[in-house]
Design a protein around this ligand. Structure first.
Ligand SMILES: [Zn+2]
Length: 135
């Protein structure tokens, strides 16, 4: 539970991983999270992106690990996706029912890490389709 703002969020992701058949031990689960400002994480990610991409391709081959769009891998352009998004407002919407106020979007929370355990190879279509969603 350390650093999760809400216990529900911890449970939400844990259930999500279980549903997607990602066996997870507590120690590894925490590696997928980094609650710092998402701008910092994005900057750090930009620096390691190419290296990480090579590592993932070496490990899993150059194929989409998301496979959520009907045209998955139609175009052979691949990128690195954060399985747990760097930031998202989905939980504020889904769990806490927050609504946009005064033309402002529901605030986002910082979640995902740049650890390789949280990174996946994604084709262009699936990556665009997923955006900040949690699948
Ligand atoms: Zn795909």
């Amino acid at each position: 539970m350390n650093n999760f703002e809400y216990k529900e969020d911890y449970d939400f992701f844990l259930n999500k991983l279980a549903k997607n058949n990602i066996p997870i031990f507590k120690k590894e689960y925490y590696k997928m999270f980094d609650f710092r400002d998402s701008k910092i994480k994005r900057e750090e990610f930009d620096k390691i992106r190419n290296d990480i991409f090579k590592k993932l391709v070496y490990k899993y081959g150059e194929k989409c690990q998301l496979n959520i769009h009907k045209d998955c891998s139609k175009e052979k352009i691949f990128d690195v996706d954060h399985y747990i998004p760097l930031s998202t407002n989905e939980l504020n919407k889904i769990i806490r029912g927050m609504k946009p106020k005064n033309g402002k979007k529901v605030p986002a929370q910082s979640f995902g890490s740049n650890d390789i355990s949280n990174l996946r190879i994604a084709c262009k279509r699936c990556n665009a389709f997923k955006k900040h969603k949690i699948i």
